[in-house]
Design a protein around this ligand. Structure first.
Ligand code: 5GP
Ligand code: ZN
Length: 119
């Protein structure tokens, strides 16, 4: 099953539930934001739905509104992080060719320095 409320083997479900402690920068009933463990930019956060959705490609049609909420939250956190005016990038990798390694939908929020295309 590609979408379920929670997956006991999933690292991001464990962060969302608090089973694995993380610095939570934002959370509500739908969305959680925490730092990427291997930051590639001065600000590198992950925005995830609480619901265990494996990837963009596996999303059910009625699940796509969560993407809008994730963007809304990312914009708010970007303002709080002070990178709203300097600029930032939101990225969702889907599948092997895009380099997806964690199969719980997540949006990278990256900024704090100039970003070349892809880097
Ligand atoms: P992907 O390539 O799947 O889009 O990105 C997965 C991201 O999750 C990577 O940037 C990686 O550093 C991050 N990551 C992997 N495991 C953990 C973890 O246990 N905690 C946190 N905070 N980030 C993780
Ligand atoms: Zn999960």
């Amino acid at each position: 099953m590609s979408s379920e409320e929670s997956n006991t083997d999933c690292i991001f479900c464990k962060i969302s539930s608090g089973e694995i402690p993380s610095q939570i920068l934002y959370q509500d009933e739908d969305v959680v934001v925490f730092p990427d463990v291997r930051p590639l930019t001065p600000v590198h956060l992950l925005v995830i739905p609480r619901k265990h959705i494996t990837s963009l490609a596996e999303m059910a049609g009625d699940e796509t509104p969560i993407i809008g909420k994730m963007v809304k939250v990312a914009n708010q956190v970007a303002r709080e992080q002070g990178i709203s005016e300097s600029g930032y990038r939101l990225t969702i990798n889907s599948g092997a060719d895009a380099g997806q390694v964690v199969f719980h939908l997540h949006m990278h929020l990256m900024g704090g320095r100039h970003l070349d295309w892809k880097h």
